[in-house]
Design a protein around this ligand. Structure first.
Ligand code: PMP
Length: 422
């Protein structure tokens, strides 16, 4: 078992936990143990307070008003865009387009890029371990355009089979869309290599960064991808905000997705001309308060430091992996060499109903433990590993090794009973 004190040397987790008001509550008389961070993360007090202050004292519409409140709100909104650009290593602030999150971001790219560049007979490549948000929009696009969807296979350990990926690439490939981190398995994909190979074949690349943005240092220029998506609610920011980085020269070639106010240069009754990116892709009044909250969340992450965050979460991953491997009947699904702090597992008992993830998570909830049981919006991944669902513990830097001990203990206690749901 790895030494839990290693984690303490990286971060003062007790101090960090005090920043998150929600974590101090009890659930069914037990301290809340929140291990569903891949679904959504909690907010530090600094984000909650920034949002309150903005709404109470500074709120105004952006990009429209010529009065003080609006001018100030516009400045804060654009400052938040700059913070996102710096956080992700973008060259220009205008390369960041705000959306409601990764789902809308991928739909935007699939729609706009597809309309401009994808024709009958073309090919799009995804992988076998994508979230439905990075699967269904490409399926729809292929159906509409008569294009073909190709899929990078995955090894038994949960790693993309790169030799097969190379075979799929050809002059017909228009775009490769893969996640940086799989939400179902935790695999960290070699996105820089994937991008270089796609570019060599003349294809563009979208990286779904929903699970990576708040867990490791991301540098979009180093990866060299054409698009990189993120979701604020998985980055300690409010829900309803996220976005997509895109290279400016790629954005400039794309038509809008949603149309209406604020994305135009000029409108007559006959036609409209469009604004430059990012405004071209941000029609309508944006989620102003949420953008300000996202900026505050990035300030908070920067203060702790992304390198420290990923080092700390790695120790949790190592600790939890060894712990769960030691529980009889537990099978970890996803054993890639490079993983983020996500542990997916199934529990096989003698009775076929033993350890169904829905029963397991109901059992864990009795002990105040919030884990996710289900297909994690990655049904093709579940099919690949021959399970209908898994139980998933996903860690953040406010989790501690003792919480993983409590999870292991609760599993051990539940296992002999077949996790009867209450
Ligand atoms: N991609 C991945 C890898 C995800 O984990 C998620 C959220 N679970 C999404 C896409 C969709 O993100 P959102 O719901 O924030 O749009």
């Amino acid at each position: 078992m790895s030494d839990p004190s290693v984690a303490d040397k990286i971060l003062d987790v007790e101090k960090i936990r005090k920043d998150f008001p929600i974590l101090s509550q009890t659930v069914r008389g037990k301290p809340l143990i929140y291990l569903d961070n891949a679904a959504t993360t909690h907010k530090p007090a600094s984000v909650i307070e920034r949002v309150r202050k903005f709404d109470a004292e500074e709120y105004g519409t952006v990009r429209r008003g010529a009065y003080k409140l609006s001018e100030n709100a516009t400045q804060l909104y654009e400052e938040a865009r700059q913070k996102v650009a710096d956080f992700m290593g973008a060259e220009k602030k205008g390369e960041i387009v705000f959306t409601s999150g990764t789902t809308q971001a991928i739909n935007l790219v699939a729609h706009s890029f597809g309309k401009r560049f994808v024709r009958e007979g073309d090919e799009i490549i995804i992988s076998n371990i994508e979230h439905h948000a990075n699967t269904v929009p490409w399926q729809v696009l292929c159906e509409e355009r008569g294009a073909k969807l190709k899929v990078i296979p995955v090894s038994d350990d949960g790693e993309l089979v790169m030799e097969e990926y190379e075979k799929l690439l050809s002059s017909k490939t228009r775009i490769v869309a893969v996640n940086h981190v799989s939400n179902a398995l935790g695999t960290i994909n070699p996105v820089k290599e994937i991008t270089a190979k796609a570019h060599a074949a003349g294809a563009k690349v979208l990286i779904d960064g929903a699970q990576s943005s708040a867990h490791m240092k991301v540098d979009v220029q180093d990866i060299d991808c054409d698009f990189y998506t993120f979701s604020g609610h998985k980055m300690y920011a409010p829900s309803g905000i996220g976005g997509v980085y895109g290279k400016m020269e790629v954005w400039e070639e794309l038509p809008p997705y949603v149309t209406g106010g604020d994305m135009i240069l000029e409108v007559t009754l006959e036609k409209a001309t469009y604004a430059k990116p990012p405004a071209r892709f941000e029609a309508g009044t944006p989620p102003i308060t949420q953008v300000i909250g996202l900026g505050a969340a990035i300030d908070y992450l920067n203060e702790i430091g992304m390198d420290k965050i990923s080092d700390y979460e790695n120790t949790l991953l190592e600790y939890g992996t060894q712990l769960f491997k030691g529980i009889e009947g537990v099978r970890i699904i996803g054993n890639a060499r490079h993983k983020a702090s996500i542990i997916s597992f199934s529990i096989n008992g003698e009775h076929p109903s033993d350890g169904h993830p829905h029963d397991v998570v109901s059992w864990l909830d009795r002990d105040g433990i919030a884990c996710r049981g289900g297909h994690h919006c990655a049904q093709p991944t579940m099919i690949r590993y021959g399970v209908p669902a898994t139980t998933r513990a996903s860690m953040a830097f406010y989790n501690k090794t003792e919480e993983l001990d409590a999870l292991a203990e609760s599993i051990r206690n539940g296992f002999p009973c077949g996790f009867v749901a209450l």
